[in-house]
Design a protein around this ligand. Structure first.
Ligand code: NAG
Ligand code: NAG
Ligand code: NAG
Ligand code: NAG
Ligand code: NAG
Ligand code: NAG
Length: 497
């Protein structure tokens, strides 16, 4: 009898614990330089490809620019105070390459750029917040784009030059580095030319440009990682990782062809950039090598449109990250076959994916609310990549900017529940969660039409006034208690329905 009571009590305690994030688990929020800083031509900053795209191209839906954005460049004190009040352990932000190296090359370092980030980093640390720095978050200096950008394999040396400047200037205080943000999205949106997703530099090279871009970025990544390991790790003791994005791809049915289709799609999206670094044998996923090789041959190309790594490069890439930064937003359902034009990334994967119209929506057409997909992909990562350490570096919800943002609160609560279960019940090695985004900001091709912030920004006011949304209070409570309270009611907000 007594044993039974003890067992029941233990079980009760265990399940209570199951509801909590582990004590050492960390929370944060994220932004990126071009999306929030503004000050595009101030104090010696050079031009980057987003300055070019917003001033001269026409794929930004509201014709807006990041010239001012949230004016974060002039609001370090305001923003650090908000972050402190929110209670985050981490602030993930990116450094603007062309603010540090206005020419793109490391022949000249802009003292004002160094000063700006020094001040931000110091203020964060003074307030007990760890800076997590993304070295490259899409805003390539225009001078380097003029040399082919990431289709030029020599660009890996230039990323290394730039990273060295950052390590030397900030590495005494920055202990979390992310080399590259979402190479897969950047290479697809920037080089494929698909009308469905356009990003700077808006090249049009379907089925070729994205693979060259990806190849160069992977080589760039390992050069930066190995440099840090060899020359700085002992002294600076930081961690260097890389951030990848993926959707969860659910098979349309239990049927073997559907299961294979979803798996193929995952390998073409996350595996493309994660397999070379995190898998046991390295290199691109075999399904990519096989499919692209075969199709390239059928299409009369003299060799595969997917470049090949040397043995040396495969070895250097394998294991070249201290953690996987992982960005996740939504889920799609897949079945085999596609009618996409050839060559293209779509036809190379040979899979068609869609979303269930009954899934709850956000204001972004691609972003449906499917929390269970989060737990599934975290488990996929756990089994594919030997349970490496994962830091969720982005997750978030788009709306039109409501202060009482019930949609975002529901999204975050439900995704965080799945994350908690993935950790506590499945043993996924996730050590931190970073919400996208700290502030409403310039959402690339969507301009200012999609809002992801926990804080509203008044883009009509020259002050770019910040206002805390409901979701910021909800998140503050989660960070404080380590628990998700679905009934949490911050004072002064109408009840969510
Ligand atoms: C953006 O600019 C283009 C080209 O000048 C114009 O056709 C379009 O109507 C503009 N869109 C908005 C939302 O202002
Ligand atoms: C740095 O290099 C660029 C490109 O070669 C050149 O235009 C610029 O004048 C150089 N800057 C300095 C300060 O030497
Ligand atoms: C491709 O096109 C054919 C003919 O229109 C259609 O029957 C088929 O369903 C399409 N396949 C996919 C995967 O969309
Ligand atoms: C969409 O979701 C509904 C409700 O959960 C379900 O009944 C239906 O089978 C789903 N459709 C697909 C294609 O998954
Ligand atoms: C989590 O990742 C870290 C770093 O890679 C590793 O040392 C640790 O063993 C992993 N934990 C588990 C439970 O696999
Ligand atoms: C901008 O901020 C200043 C200083 O806080 C304040 O005096 C002014 O009223 C604000 N303007 C607007 C339009 O909010």
């Amino acid at each position: 009898m007594r044993t039974l009571i003890v067992v029941l009590l233990l079980r009760c305690l265990a399940s209570a614990d199951d509801q909590k994030f582990p004590n050492e688990f960390k929370f944060g929020v994220a932004t990126s330089a071009y999306q929030v800083e503004g000050a595009w031509n101030v104090n010696g900053k050079g031009q980057n490809i987003w300055d070019t795209a917003t001033h001269y191209n026409n794929f930004i839906v509201d014709n807006s620019t990041g010239d001012v954005a949230c004016d974060a460049y002039h609001k370090t004190d305001t923003d650090v105070n908000l972050l402190k009040n929110l209670g985050v352990h981490f602030y993930r932000f990116s450094i603007s390459w062309s603010r540090i190296l206005p020419y793109g090359f490391a022949n000249y370092t802009n003292p004002d750029g160094i000063h700006y980030y020094n001040n931000l980093i110091n203020k964060l640390l003074q307030n007990g917040i760890q800076p997590m720095v993304t070295i490259f978050h899409w805003d390539l200096p225009q001078s380097l784009q003029d040399l082919g950008g990431w289709t030029n394999p020599l660009m890996s040396d230039y990323l290394l030059d730039y990273a060295k400047v950052l390590f030397n200037q900030f590495g005494d205080r920055v202990k979390y580095w992310i080399t590259i943000n979402e190479a897969q999205i950047l290479c697809t949106g920037g080089y494929e030319g698909s009308p469905l997703m356009k990003l700077a530099p808006d090249y049009n090279s379907p089925g070729i440009g994205p693979y060259l871009c990806g190849h160069t970025l992977l080589l760039s990544h390992y050069k930066v990682y190995r440099y840090y390991q060899k020359h700085l790790k002992e002294k600076q003791k930081g961690k260097v990782g890389i951030t990848h994005q993926s959707i969860w791809y659910e098979p349309n049915s239990k049927n073997k062809d559907d299961v294979n289709a979803a798996e193929t799609k995952l390998q073409f999206e996350l595996g493309w950039f994660a397999h070379p670094i995190f898998s046991k044998y390295g290199d691109y996923p075999s399904v990519m090598k096989q499919r692209i090789g075969r199709l390239s041959k059928e299409q009369n190309y003299p060799r595969s449109r997917l470049p090949t790594f040397t043995m040396h490069e495969i070895r250097e890439l394998r294991g070249s990250a201290d953690f996987l930064g992982y960005n996740h937003y939504t889920t799609r359902i897949c079945k085999p076959g596609t009618n996409a034009t050839q060559p293209s990334l779509e036809s190379d994967a040979g899979v068609t994916c869609f979303q269930n119209s009954s899934w709850p929506s956000s204001s972004a057409p691609w972003l449906k609310v499917v929390p269970w997909g989060f737990r599934k992909i975290l488990n996929w990562i756990r089994t594919q990549y030997n349970n490496i350490e994962v830091i969720v570096t982005e997750n978030g919800f788009a709306d039109r900017g409501d202060i009482n943002d019930c949609g975002r609160v529901k999204y975050m609560n439900s995704y965080l529940e799945e994350l908690r279960d993935a950790i506590n019940k499945d043993g996924c090695n996730v050590t931190a969660y970073i919400a996208w985004s700290f502030l409403d900001n310039f959402e690339w091709g969507s301009g200012y039409t999609q809002k992801f912030g926990l804080y509203h920004v008044d883009f009509n006011s020259p002050n770019r006034t910040r206002t805390a949304k409901r979701s910021s209070y909800n998140y503050q409570n989660i960070i404080k208690t380590g628990k998700i309270d679905k009934n949490y009611q911050p004072p002064g907000f109408q009840k969510c329905t």
